[in-house]
Design a protein around this ligand. Structure first.
Ligand code: RB5
Length: 145
């Protein structure tokens, strides 16, 4: 699995910790920016990561901003992307099993880093259940422009 990472300034520090976790788990990734805590616009980085995942250049994407909300709104505009904002482990597991989410969004200002890393680990290691859930995902895909 290869993961595309992105953040704005509000998610930059948590993104760095996620990179350390991915190194530990031996999961490959590319960091598509931003590169510092200087103020930037989160939709620019949501677009980079979501487009790369939507075009299947990467299997998964992780986006971090202050709340995770802006990244989630923006990423879900891109065809083929199912972005899930998760601030608990249960949701991270369920959104993989039921929604086959391919982008995880997190808010650095919302959740502590230990919990955030547990969420990332759970989300990356949980498989999609398929079956009836695939039918529902197909209906979401029909909504795409
Ligand atoms: C940036 O200040 C902040 O608005 C952004 O990180 C994010 O929380 C947007 O949803």
């Amino acid at each position: 699995m290869k993961v595309a990472l992105g953040s704005d300034h509000g998610g930059y520090n948590l993104k760095s910790k996620i990179k350390d976790l991915l190194d530990e788990l031996d999961i490959g990734y590319d960091d598509l920016g931003t590169d510092s805590c200087d103020s930037v616009d989160y939709p620019d980085f949501a677009k980079e990561v979501a487009t790369a995942v939507g075009e299947e250049e990467y299997e998964r994407g992780i986006l971090v901003c202050g709340t995770g909300i802006g990244m989630s709104i923006a990423a879900n505009k891109v065809n083929g992307v199912r972005a899930a904002l998760c601030h608990d482990v249960f949701s991270a597991k369920a959104t993989r099993q039921h929604n086959n989410s391919n982008v995880l969004t997190l808010g650095e200002r919302v959740v502590g880093s230990e919990l955030a890393l547990e969420i990332v680990k759970t989300w990356l290691t949980t498989e999609f259940d398929g079956g009836r859930h695939q039918r529902r995902i197909d209906k979401i895909t029909e909504l795409e422009g």
